[in-house]
Design a protein around this ligand. Structure first.
Ligand code: PLP
Length: 444
């Protein structure tokens, strides 16, 4: 059996089947920067970047060199009885880059584990049981993180969830105030720009006002920057766009250059001290691979690359130009709504068509499965040499998030590919007929 077939047999047959149906089950032989090369000689542009994991691009030589050097050092790893010097250095740099009240780090091995950490630390610090979260966010699929997500797709069959977790609509300050007034919430957890929610860029006053309400009511203001951090939106944190100073920030994904599992929670000293409050409690919250030398080394190398290659500026300017191009080339198509985003995090929103001919097809399709339309767009983009994804909590928004050094030429290539797909969906009965056939196959 081929390794991919073994995966279908021994890991997850449904995943293999889904990729087969979408014709996306290909063998990648080399991934470099923003490009992916397949066994049959194709080259794809990666505009998903592992859901914002490959900010410095795939297999960055500097990160690989740092990892090789770390392995050759034969240094201490997972002794669980020593002080990690690399963790100290990385923590200092992350706190400096993040600024505000963020002065301590806890290292984890994933974003979900970071969110779990927020829940525990916030409860410990405030002595309150509740956690409030904004609807449409994505925070991870461990039980605690999942308890902070409103989309039932992810939750079905896995309950019961954490008690004392409640939600407010993203962007709704009045609802937030009403909930916070109860004084039962330890933290308000949200993404500053919900990525899977549809790349929802809030109005300028939302986050500062939310922060102020949190302070007024004694609730910690905790940002999940697992997708938006590490210069994805331009500045180091998306929080820096909005002038807010969160009490806690979760980072993961891009922090290790996409090569080693990692997560980090940045927080104030006071919050950290509430958990590690005595020598007896020095290890009350930890995890085996937390602070592992490879992740820490990769993190340091990644920060160097982000700085050396000026990726903050490139993300901001490249993303702005990309959205202008998208708006220009997709103008006038009735199914294309807003094109929005910041830095290299862009969402292209699709809308229900008004003209009868396309609407009938679109609605038939939506009845089969609301997410299928987006998957067809993803498949068509893949056929045109672009890997991208539909937002996990908003199936009508296509997310485009390339490595931050994406060139203008690469962005233009993606714009033209998307335009071709959009032209087809507006004019070709074949697009919809084939899509309907596909949807039925996926659902058997
Ligand atoms: N938070 C956000 C915003 C995410 O996008 C994700 C994962 O996609 C997570 C948290 C969970 O991270 P992980 O998959 O590393 O557990």
């Amino acid at each position: 059996m081929r390794p991919a077939e073994l995966y279908g047999k021994f890991v997850n047959p449904q995943w293999t089947k889904l990729l087969d149906v979408l014709q996306m089950n290909v063998d990648y032989v080399r991934c470099q920067g923003g490009e992916l090369f397949t066994e049959d000689g194709k080259r794809l542009l990666d505009f998903n970047a592992g859901y914002c994991t490959h900010n410095v691009g795939h297999n960055h030589p500097a990160v690989i060199a740092a990892l090789k050097a770390e392995l050759d050092r034969h240094g201490p790893a997972m002794l669980q009885s020593h002080v990690s010097d690399l963790a100290g250095v990385l923590a200092e740099r992350l706190c400096e880059l993040s600024g505000g009240r963020l002065a301590r780090a806890y290292f984890a091995s994933s974003g979900s584990e970071g969110v779990e950490t927020v829940i525990k630390f916030a409860r410990s610090y405030t002595r309150r049981p509740g956690i409030l979260y904004a609807e449409r966010g994505f925070h991870g699929l461990t039980t605690g993180a999942l308890s902070l997500m409103s989309n039932t797709f992810w939750k079905e069959g896995f309950g019961p969830f954490l008690p004392e977790t409640e939600s407010v609509p993203f962007g709704d300050l009045r609802a937030l105030d009403r909930k916070l007034e109860t004084k039962k919430f330890a933290a308000f957890v949200l993404e500053p720009i919900p990525g899977e929610g549809g790349v929802l860029v809030p109005r300028a006053e939302y986050l500062p006002a939310a922060e102020e309400l949190c302070r007024k009511h004694g609730t910690l203001f905790a940002l999940d920057e697992v997708q938006t951090g590490l210069h994805r939106t331009g500045p180091f944190l998306a929080a820096h766009h909005f002038g807010v100073t969160p009490d806690m920030v979760v980072l993961a994904k891009a922090l290790s250059g996409g090569l080693v599992p990692v997560g980090a929670v940045l927080m104030s000293e006071a919050i950290s001290d509430a958990v590690y409050s005595s020598v007896r409690r020095a290890f009350v919250h930890t995890s085996t691979y937390s602070e592992n030398a490879l992740a820490m080394r990769a993190g340091l190398a990644t920060l160097d690359v982000l700085e050396r290659e000026g990726l903050a500026k490139r993300s901001a300017a490249g993303g702005e130009r990309f959205r202008e191009r998208l708006r220009d080339r997709l103008a006038g198509f009735e199914m294309v709504g807003e094109v929005r985003g910041l830095g290299q995090l862009t969402g292209v929103e699709f809308r229900t068509p008004a003209s009868l001919t396309i609407r009938v097809a679109f609605e038939a399709f939506a009845r089969i499965h609301p997410g299928m339309f987006g998957q067809i767009v993803v498949m068509r983009m893949f056929q045109r040499g672009v890997l991208c994804q539909i937002c996990g909590n908003n199936f009508m928004v296509l997310k485009l998030a390339p490595p931050l050094a994406a060139t203008d030429a690469q962005c233009d290539e993606v714009v033209e590919a998307l335009r071709e797909v959009v032209v087809q969906m507006h004019s070709s009965p074949g697009f919809w007929a084939e899509a309907l056939g596909l949807a039925k196959r996926v659902l058997v």
